[in-house]
Design a protein around this ligand. Structure first.
Ligand code: F6P
Length: 359
C-alpha cells in the first residue's frame, strides 16, 4: 500500500520552507512513490470543513527552490491544544485534529517549524497517537539541537545588507543610527549580522546594557573623527534598568516604548548630544527567497525527513550536527533553548574588534 504522509508548516515563516517541501516531495513522491498531502495554514486545514489539503505532486513543486514564504500557508495562532476561538476563549481541539488525521488516511505528519511547532508535534504524538517527524525552522536559530536552522542565514544576509545601507546615510548625516532586528529572546541575528555589517555597538537580549557605555563609545568615535555610529539592536535587548523584570514584563515594557531600538535611543538622549534615528527592519528579514546556504540546508533537511519517515523513526527531528544530517528525539531537541553564549568565541571576537556590547 502507498504511504500517505501529511506535511505542514507552523509558526512564523522563514526563507527555505518551500525548499524543504520540494525536497520532501521530490524524494518521497518522485522516487519512493508516496502520497504527500500538504495541510494548509499549519494544522488549521484539518480543523475546517471541508479540510483544506493539497496533494503535492512533482508538478506542484516546480519553481519552489528559491521561492520565499510557504505554499501551504502558516500561522502562529494555530496551537490545537490552546486554540483561539472567535469569542475570545481558548479551546483544546487536538481530538478534532486526530479524528481528521485518521479520516484522511494519513500515516504520519511532518511538522516544519520552530520550538513551538516541535512542542505541539510531540504532544500530538504523545496525547493523540499521531506519528510525527520534525524539521527545524526559524530565522532566530535558537534551537540548540541543530547547528543551524534554515532561514537564519537569509535573515543575517538581509540584516547585513541593511547595515551596509545605513552606514552611508549615517556617515553623510553624522548620526547615530539604530537598526532593530528580530530576536525576541535570542540575539543570534543581531550578533552575526552586527559583526558582518561592521556595527559599532551590538545590543543583545542576553547582555543587558548600560546606556553610559553606549554614549561613551559614540564620544570615543567622535574624538577620532568618526562622526557617525551604527548600533545593532536585537528586538529583546534591554537596558540594565529593565534586566530584573520577567521575560513577559520586559516584552511589555519594550512594546509600550515603541521597541528595543527606541528604548536604546531614548536611554542615550540625556547623556549624548548626537543626532539619532531608528530603523526597524521587521518582517523584511523573513520575506523573500532563501540564500544558497539555506536552499542547501532546506534540501538536506527535506531529504533527511524522508529518511526518518522511511525508517519509521517517529518522534525524531532532523538536524545538522557537526556538518552531518541525522535525527534527534524531538523531546531532546526542545529541552534546551539556545541563547547567545556570552562567553563564546563570537562574543569574544566582537569585543576583540572593538564592538561595544553595552556591558
Ligand atoms: O520567528 C520568530 C520571530 O522571528 C521573532 O524573532 C519575532 O519576534 C517574531 O518572529 C515575530 O513574528 P510575528 O510578527 O509573525 O508574530
Amino acid at each position: 500500500m502507498k504511504r500517505r504522509i501529511g506535511i505542514m508548516t507552523g509558526g512564523g515563516d522563514a526563507p527555505g520552507l518551500n525548499a524543504v517541501i520540494r525536497a520532501f516531495v521530490k524524494r518521497g513522491v518522485g522516487q519512493l512513490g508516496w502520497e504527500v498531502i500538504g495541510i494548509e495554514d499549519s494544522l488549521n486545514g484539518l480543523l475546517d470543513t471541508p479540510h483544506r489539503l493539497q496533494c503535492l505532486t512533482m508538478r506542484s513543486c516546480q519553481g519552489l527552490l528559491h521561492r520565499g514564504g510557504t505554499i501551504l500557508g502558516t500561522t502562529n495562532r494555530g496551537n490545537p491544544f490552546e486554540y483561539p476561538m472567535p469569542d475570545g476563549s481558548v479551546a483544546n481541539r487536538a481530538d478534532e485534529i486526530a479524528q481528521a488525521f485518521r479520516d484522511e488516511g494519513l500515516e504520519g505528519l511532518v511538522g516544519i517549524g520552530g520550538d513551538g511547532t516541535q512542542k505541539i508535534s510531540l504532544r500530538l504524538m504523545e496525547d493523540c497517537g499521531i506519528p510525527v517527524v520534525g524539521v527545524p525552522k526559524t530565522i532566530d536559530n535558537d534551537l540548540s539541537a541543530t547547528d543551524f536552522t534554515f532561514g537564519f542565514q537569509s535573515a543575517v544576509d538581509c540584516a547585513t545588507d541593511a547595515l551596509d545601507r545605513l552606514h552611508t546615510t549615517a556617515e553623510s548625516h553624522e548620526r547615530v543610527m539604530f537598526l532593530e532586528v528580530m530576536g525576541r529572546d535570542a540575539g543570534h541575528i543581531a550578533l552575526h549580522a552586527g559583526i558582518a555589517g561592521g556595527a559599532d555597538i551590538i545590543l543583545l537580549p542576553e547582555i543587558p546594557y548600560d546606556p553610559q557605555r553606549l554614549a561613551d563609545k559614540v564620544k570615543r568615535r567622535q574624538k577620532i573623527g568618526r562622526l557617525f555610529t551604527i548600533v545593532m539592536v536585537a528586538e529583546g535587548a534591554v537596558p540594565l534598568a529593565l534586566a530584573e523584570l520577567s521575560a513577559e514584563e520586559r516584552k511589555q515594557r519594550l512594546s509600550e516604548a515603541g521597541g528595543a531600538a527606541h528604548v536604546a535611543m531614548e536611554s542615550m538622549r540625556p547623556i549624548s548630544d548626537a543626532e539619532m534615528r531608528v530603523c526597524v527592519l521587521g518582517h523584511l528579514q523573513r520575506g523573500g527567497g532563501p540564500v544558497p546556504f539555506d536552499r542547501l540546508l532546506a534540501t538536506r533537511f527535506g531529504v533527511g525527513a524522508v529518511d526518518l519517515v522511511e525508517q519509521d523513526r517517529w518522534g525524531e527531528m532532523v538536524r545538522l550536527k557537526n556538518g552531518v544530517i541525522d535525527g534527534v528525539p524531538i523531546k531532546d531537541a526542545i529541552a534546551v533553548y539556545r541563547l547567545v553564549d556570552t562567553e563564546g568565541q563570537l562574543v569574544s571576537a566582537a569585543r576583540a574588534v572593538g564592538i561595544e556590547l553595552g556591558a
